[in-house]
Design a protein around this ligand. Structure first.
Ligand SMILES: [Zn+2]
Ligand SMILES: [Zn+2]
Length: 214
């Protein structure tokens, strides 16, 4: 039987947080400081999802530091993860050997051709090691039809992918969310924090959260 999922987004879980392992986040964003801040604001789940590329050489150190925090006895459920860029050919810029980690795949470049964008997205959704599609949104130069969004919903569900509600970009747009929700797509929250005060802060998408939770 067809039923619409009745669930609430967990405001105490942030599934998209950056750290000072990239070159553009605030220096204060150390794994340690983010974790202590998350404890202060009573987060229950915190996913570190640093920007990664095939060429990233800091991964072992990053994972080791997160492991150290784990064993320091924090009550927060800490997830070791990455955010990787979706490439035009539908693969992601992600190094081999880390497929077991929590992985967000996101578009980080502007596409002007809808078919290339859509086909890259569909291929990425079918990759088994991608868990989440990050800040999903239309490009300025094109829009998806309702039918295309319904088809995307089906693909997301078949491949058990989660669509993130992203506080930094305020995405996906409401119309997309309406169709995704009607088609039982799974959602969670990501602040996409690049500064400490942004961790666990979803104020900018209060309207999107309310829509999903009601
Ligand atoms: Zn991103
Ligand atoms: Zn991000």
């Amino acid at each position: 039987m067809y039923t619409i999922k009745a669930y609430l987004l967990d405001l105490k879980s942030d599934y998209h947080v950056h750290s000072n392992y990239n070159d553009h986040s605030s220096k204060e964003l150390s794994i340690e400081k983010v974790t202590r801040y998350a404890e202060q604001i009573n987060l229950s789940t915190l996913a570190f999802t640093e920007h990664v590329r095939k060429t990233s050489d800091w991964i072992p150190k990053y994972l080791e530091e997160i492991d150290r925090i784990h064993s320091s006895g924090t009550k927060i459920n800490i997830i070791s993860g990455f955010e990787a860029k979706i490439l035009k050919d539908g693969t992601v810029d992600f190094p081999e050997g880390y497929e077991g980690y929590f992985l967000i795949a996101s578009f980080h470049t502007t596409y002007y051709d809808k078919q290339i964008w859509l086909s890259a997205l569909k291929s990425t959704i079918s990759l088994p090691y991608v868990k989440v599609i990050g800040h999903l949104a239309p490009e300025g130069s094109f829009e998806l039809t309702d039918n295309e969004l319904i088809e995307l919903s089906k693909l997301l569900n078949e491949n058990t992918k989660t669509v993130e509600l992203n506080a930094k970009y305020r995405r996906p747009p409401m119309r997309w969310l309406q169709i995704f929700k009607n088609n039982n797509v799974n959602f969670h929250l990501g602040s996409d924090a690049h500064q400490l005060a942004e961790v666990g802060n979803f104020n900018s998408i209060a309207n999107l959260i309310e829509f999903i939770n009601n």
